[in-house]
Ligand binder design. Structure first.
Ligand code: NAG
Ligand code: NAG
Ligand code: NAG
Length: 621
């Protein structure tokens, strides 16, 4: 600075003193002359009366050639009045940039004698600048998961003005999501910050448009605005959502394997991978997983095997939809299987007495059986029938239980076994039926007596038979079975002397063959009668009697015997009283002979055999 200043005062007081005392004490204080002007004064504006402030008279101004000088001169001195005038535009911001104190130093020069005075012109800031944002639009991305209270720093606006004219405040348009905080740095700068008031929801509002206003402290304040475009960035905050919480369908059990059955669909309001959904089975029985396949990408469920209502009527499964961000949701799938009439009724014999006594009374229970049909409803309702022309019938005793009972008389000898066919038919459309045949055996009762082949028997036996020869056979039959039909023969009566019976005849118990026990002699026994019995081995036994008449036939086993004339030991009789000259036809004798045989065997004829010698006759019989 130079000059003739001898003393200084504490800086803090300078300005005050200057303002009050300068005109009086200058130049004794040897302080620069200070002026303060706002910037941007019009050219020719008066800064102050320099001449007066230097203690110069108006005349001195021209006489001593008062003038100012500086490196860059913004001022001039009015030659008449000695006023310091603004010569050029003074832009504080250009001259002083951001310096808080903007002073222009210049020297006032007078001659005669030459003296130099220091002048300081303080350039006061004028709010000649509005705040300014770098960009007309600020683009921000905020993740929607950001929580309330989160701060987002914004680029501050700039204002070349200083102090009060610099930026004082920021504002944003009122909105429910954001508020604006203004942070003051240690350097006094003010910085806007967005504060999140409540959580964002991209799915509700994808972007937010705010207007940020920067205000300076001028009077009137100046402002600038910028648009803040906030796009809400997806956080995987949305789990997939199924179109239904529960999918329920009914399927025919005849659906062929591999049929698409159902498609579950979930959507996700997020974006990108956060919205890519895969489907999986969860909390689902392994058997169900085996039955169905789930396409992970499409959610299409197919049946992998054929259904069987009778096995499983209903499948429940949980399907999870999981997005690429790992959020998942589950839905329930219920698949009901509808019954088809695919099962024939089944006949189950629970009890059977397949041996029925032929004398069983009607109504006797022969078998108990039940029917079973795995189908549902009418498909499983069963009726039972048997053929009608057999002596059996069925009664339905209770639900699906039946009795097979006799219905009429049975005769083993006529029908020893029955094949009873039970037909069970359900009420499906078309109906299905099944049949079951049980063979019933009618067991024998000794209800038949033996019956002889003939009502009676008559045999001829030639006399002189050898003892032991069979002379007859009787035969009886018995249709009963086993011992009931096993016959033994015996003689139960005869007209022979009972004690002698066995010495005459016997009968084979097995064969019914009658044997002579001795040779019969017609001359003593011509005929006899036996009562033969056939007896079965039932209990009680039944029998039948038959008569057997035996006629002993004569054999010519006796020679005629001459009763008269009496014959001599040599078999001849001698007649000597026949006259020599007996006439022909003379009766010599009457011969009387007998024969023990009968019939022809006893018919005698007489004739004379050739005379062997004269007078000797042989008589033939
Ligand atoms: C479904 O059936 C196919 C073809 O029969 C078979 O290869 C596959 O393993 C089955 N899937 C399941 C889960 O049983
Ligand atoms: C019963 O059925 C069996 C086996 O088919 C057959 O051998 C038998 O002759 C049948 N009986 C009657 C009385 O039809
Ligand atoms: C057969 O004869 C015996 C002995 O006289 C008698 O007890 C029985 O009752 C007779 N049988 C019949 C079927 O008449």
């Amino acid at each position: 600075m130079g000059g003739s200043c001898a003393q200084r005062r504490p800086a803090g007081l300078r300005k005050v003193l200057f303002l009050l005392l300068l005109p009086l004490f200058y130049p004794a204080l040897c302080e620069p002359i200070r002026y303060s002007i706002p910037e941007e004064l019009a050219k020719g504006s008066v800064v102050g009366n320099l001449a007066k402030d230097l203690g110069l008279s108006v005349l001195d101004v021209s006489a001593r050639k008062l003038r100012v000088s500086a490196e860059k001169l913004h001022f001039s001195v009015d030659a008449e009045s000695g006023d310091l005038l603004v010569k050029d535009r003074i832009d504080r911001e250009q001259i002083c940039k951001e310096r808080r104190r903007c002073e222009l130093q210049l020297e006032a020069v007078v001659e005669n004698p030459l003296n130099i005075f220091h002048i300081i012109v303080v350039i006061e800031d004028v709010n000649d600048h509005a705040p300014q944002f770098d960009k007309k639009e600020i683009h921000l991305e905020i993740i929607e998961s950001a929580s309330a209270g989160a701060r987002i720093s914004l680029d501050p606006a700039t204002d070349p003005d200083i102090n009060i004219n610099s930026i004082k405040d920021y504002k944003i348009n009122p909105n429910p999501y954001f508020s604006l905080m203004v942070r003051v740095n240690s350097d006094g700068g003010k910085y806007p910050e967005l504060s999140l008031e409540k959580p964002l929801d991209r799915e509700e509002q994808r972007s937010h448009s705010l207007i940020l206003t920067a205000l300076d402290g001028g009077d009137p304040p100046r402002s600038a605005t910028t648009h803040i475009e906030i796009s809400v960035k997806d956080a995987n905050d949305n789990p997939p959502v199924f179109s239904k919480d529960e999918y329920r369908i009914s399927l025919s059990e005849n659906l062929p394997p591999g049929s698409p059955v159902l498609q579950v669909t979930a959507t996700d309001q997020d974006e990108g991978v956060n919205a890519e959904i895969n489907y999986y089975f969860r909390s689902t029985a392994q058997s169900t997983r085996n039955m169905f396949s789930l396409d992970e990408k499409t959610g299409v469920i197919k049946n992998n095997q054929s259904f069987d209502f009778e096995d499983v009527e209903r499948y429940t499964m949980e399907v999870e939809a999981k997005d690429g961000g790992g959020l998942s949701t589950q839905c329930k799938v219920i698949i009901e299987i509808l019954d088809e009439n695919d099962n024939s009724p089944e006949i189950v014999i629970t009890s059977l007495s397949d041996q029925i006594l032929e004398n069983s009374p009607p109504g006797m229970v022969v078998a108990l059986f039940k029917t079973r049909d795995l189908d549902f409803g009418g498909n499983g309702e069963v009726r039972c029938n048997i053929e009608t022309d057999i002596p059996f019938k069925i009664y339905s005793s209770s639900n699906n239980y039946y009795k097979l009972v006799t219905d009429g008389t049975l005769d083993r000898e006529q029908t020893p076994e029955y094949n009873v066919t039970i037909v069970a038919t359900d009420r499906g459309k078309p109906p299905l039926s099944s049949r079951r045949t049980i063979t019933l055996y009618v067991t024998d009762v000794n209800d038949n007596a033996p019956v002889f082949d003939q009502a009676s028997y008559l045999v001829h036996v030639a006399e002189n038979n050898p003892p032991g020869v069979s002379i007859a056979q009787v035969s009886a039959s018995d249709p009963d079975l086993g011992p009931n039909g096993h016959i033994s023969y015996s003689i139960v009566a005869s007209d022979l002397e009972p004690s002698a019976l066995s010495s005459y005849v016997s009968v084979s118990a097995q064969s019914g063959v009658v044997f002579a026990q001795r040779a019969f002699d017609h001359e003593q026994l011509r005929a006899f009668e036996l009562t033969l019995q056939a007896r079965d081995h039932g209990s009680p036994a039944l029998n039948a009697n038959v008569s057997l008449r035996v006629l002993v036939d004569d054999l010519n086993d006796n020679a005629p015997r001459v009763l008269y004339p009496a014959l001599g030991p040599d078999g001849s009789a001698f007649f000597d009283m026949v006259p020599r000259a007996a006439e022909p036809g003379y009766l010599v004798t009457k011969v009387v002979a007998v024969d023990a045989d009968s019939g022809h065997n006893a018919w005698l004829s007489y004739h004379v055999l050739q005379a062997s010698e004269p007078g000797l006759f042989s008589l033939g019989l």
